[in-house]
Design a protein around this ligand. Sequence first.
Ligand code: S0N
Length: 280
Amino acid sequence: MQKASWKTAIEFEDITYKKSNGVARIAFNRPNVRNAFRPKTTSELYKAFYDAQEDTSIGVVLLSAEGPSTKDGVYSFCSGGDQKARGHKGYVGEDGMHRLNILEVQRLIRFMPKVVIAVVPGWAVGGGHSLHVVCDLTLASKEHALFKQTDADVTSFDGGYGSAYLAKMVGQKKAREIFFLGRNYTAQDAYEMGMVNAVIPHEELEDTAYEWAQEILEKSPTSIKMLKFAMNLTDDGMVGQQVFAGEATRLAYMTEEAKEGRNAFLEKRKPNFDKNSWIP
Ligand code: S0N
């Protein structure tokens, strides 16, 4: 399998963002605070994910993390909202505004027509846990990955995908245990619950994620996109239907019927659709 040759796509402060042969890698880069995200981080994440979405050469995005911490050598994926950036009214950015925008990042991951793989080298905690839940696939370090929900400890809770969608993934009882008790779970525990796709030896984690991405890139892009949106649809209500149907409309544009409908309007005449195209 081809090795990655990463090239920096955009320079950021709180994250790294690179690309290699159809794959984008977005990685948290605040290892000394267990990769907690502050408003600057979520804004950078949004920009990087949006760039990956718009880049037609990119089919798979790896959401990973730099590390380990230079203080104690501990690996982390992400420990959620930065509690030091949290004022009385919520998280405060450099501009003094109270906002975090992590839910916008979640929605971009959920609705982007590309596969997003969470690559979890260490702690996935709080909002970091929710991010791995919302990704399409999760690969975890056998030795260092630890999954934990602290939302109920710090009164900063994700009542959307992080909890309700998790319950669809691992079952109601297990999801309630994860949130109500806030225990640590290993990569193997998470695999057995069905929220991790594979447990990978730490040294092989990044290469394996890149290999999974290359395998996905061999598939038909339209199929992958429509399958992702189809699997999202039942849990996303009318928005899920809108996202799926938008792609169906795009495909319809490519038919002779669509060409005739547009031409008839522009030529100020009645459309003449092929009467033999009522295919059952
Ligand atoms: C990750 C944990 C379990 C690791 O424990 P460990 O290994 O013992 O390390 P520590 O000594 O605790 O930490 C090392 C250094 O890192 C700092 N640090 C760690 N996590 C954070 C953090 N989240 N924010 C700020 N700093 C952090 C420590 O302070 C320490 O620094 P030093 O060396 O200077 O002492 C453990 O660290 C832990 O439990 N961390 C906190 C996890 C947490 O509670 N996260 C927040 C949970 N909530 C969310 O993320 C919600 C997200 C969100 O914003 C949201 C989502 C949906 C809807 C709404 C919202 C919203 O609130 O707006």
